[in-house]
Design a protein around this ligand. Structure first.
Ligand SMILES: [Zn+2]
Length: 453
């Protein structure tokens, strides 16, 4: 009886969706686009699946090289054979469609001449490129949250609360812990959270899972392996560092569980975005050029490499981190850098500008594992925070801690300076996750609420 009711409701909904766009499908209007700074006609024509000559003719352009920002151009409506009219389903938003289409939502808004993408109506006809197919991954199917709630036997508001955005193919659905495990989650996994999703290159992704039985796990991703740390007998957290030079796009990380019943493998989809990176040229004063000697930096690198890969099983840190200094950022993590020839490297830390002697504070609890002067990094401190998190502080004028000392958030560890390979007083703050440099500033934001204890 219950099932019949549901089928009836669904039938009504589908009939409604099918009825609305029928009229619009007969005569699709031409697509209008407002030229933005930097646009060139050949690229625009290609994006709309047509050619420069057609667009020039359609818009009576004398010289196709001369288009200007703010100009409205018309493109043939059916120029892109892959584009098609499609009704908006319940729970879909322009951004969720754009992510499935792999393009900015602004382009979809423009192609559909939408002034306000927030006022879309269910059943409204949209002219859309091919969308990512409905992948069956984890607990995921591209279904409205209302259907999820019905299928799971949950109150609708609980599903809405936990999922501010509608789920689409490749996304992960968050369900209350007392909800029945979704059929797509293999036993013994009962819940899995991935934050943030999507993730920008150079950031950390947190995988938090609960299992029905005691097990162990690790995460295989890109070229690395991240261990799972136990929160309790049935809850696990893995920290995955996405390299700043990783290829943006759809990736899969593999969760491998070991249970008494044997191994369980769970592929987790991960959307990696490009992120924003600056380009910087560094000019060292001649007196410090000798510090670029590869042999000198090599000795130091080996020393740091041994300590940054520490994987202490206890979690010592609080979340989120606090800033190590109250000062403005002058260079962000991941900025592409050139020391004279080519942008071959990237900045592996965050630089804060300040005056020599300004106090540098511990961002979270941990144990000091290095506190000594180095040639390239100057006066340096390394703190092991546990769970594979290690932070570094370079170019200090003073070191106020010793190896083995325990620090709490806000404890003074040293003072800002200009020692080592540095072109002015600043603090270089570095953070590693399982030995991989990541953006430390991400850790002062609450990007994964499940990390709060
Ligand atoms: Zn730096």
């Amino acid at each position: 009886m219950k099932l019949q009711k549901l089928t009836f409701l669904l039938g009504c909904l589908l009939a409604l969706l099918a009825a609305v766009p029928a009229a619009a499908q007969d005569a699709p209007p031409p697509l209008t686009y407002t030229v933005r700074p930097g646009d060139a006609l050949p690229a625009l024509a290609a994006r709309f699946g047509t050619d420069t000559a057609t667009v020039a003719r359609l818009n009576s352009l004398q010289d196709p090289r001369r288009i200007y920002p703010g100009q409205r151009l018309i493109f043939p409506a059916n120029s892109h054979p892959a584009y098609a009219w499609r009704p908006l389903a319940a729970g879909e938003t322009l951004s969720s469609l754009a992510r499935r289409a792999g393009m900015p939502w602004e382009d979809l808004a423009r192609a559909n001449t939408l002034l306000n993408p927030d006022t879309l109506l269910v059943g409204q006809s949209l002219y859309l490129p091919p969308l990512a197919p409905a992948q069956v991954t984890l607990a995921v199917s591209p279904e409205p949250r209302l259907l999820t709630a019905l299928r799971q036997g949950l109150p609708y508001w609980r599903v809405l609360d936990l999922n501010p955005r509608p789920a689409y193919a490749g996304d992960l659905l968050t369900l209350p812990t007392d909800a029945p495990a979704t059929p797509a989650l293999p036993y013994p996994v009962t819940a899995l959270n991935v934050s943030p999703q999507p993730v920008a290159r150079g950031n950390t992704v947190i995988l938090a899972l609960t299992t029905a039985v005691t097990s162990s796990c690790e995460v295989i991703y890109l070229e690395g392996v991240a261990p799972c740390y136990a929160r309790d007998a049935a809850s696990w957290t893995a920290l995955v560092a996405i390299p700043p030079l990783a290829t943006p796009g759809r990736h899969t990380v593999t969760l491998q569980l070991q249970t008494d019943a044997g191994p369980v493998v769970l592929p987790v989809p991960l959307q990696v975005t490009r992120g924003r990176y600056d380009y910087e040229r560094i000019d060292l004063p001649p007196s410090r050029q000798s510090l670029l000697d590869p042999q000198l930096s090599q000795n130091e690198r080996v020393k740091i490499a041994q300590l940054r890969t520490l994987r202490t099983p206890e979690r010592l840190w609080e979340y989120p981190f606090r800033r190590p200094i109250e000062a403005s950022v002058t260079s962000y993590f991941g900025s592409r850098r050139s020391y004279g020839a080519g942008f071959t490297s990237y900045h592996d830390g965050t630089d804060f500008q300040g005056e020599t002697g300004a106090p540098v504070l511990a961002p979270a609890s941990g144990v000091v594992v290095l506190a000594e002067p180095l040639v390239v990094r100057g006066n340096a401190i390394l703190i092991d925070h546990g769970w594979g998190l290690v932070s570094g502080y370079w170019h200090l004028s003073r070191i106020d801690v010793t190896v083995g000392q325990q620090v709490a958030p806000g404890d003074r560890i040293g003072a800002l300076g200009n020692t080592g390979m540095s072109t002015g007083p600043h603090l270089h703050w570095e953070l590693w996750v399982n030995g991989n440099a990541v953006s430390a500033l991400q850790w002062v934001t609450n990007f994964a609420p499940e990390l709060q204890q």
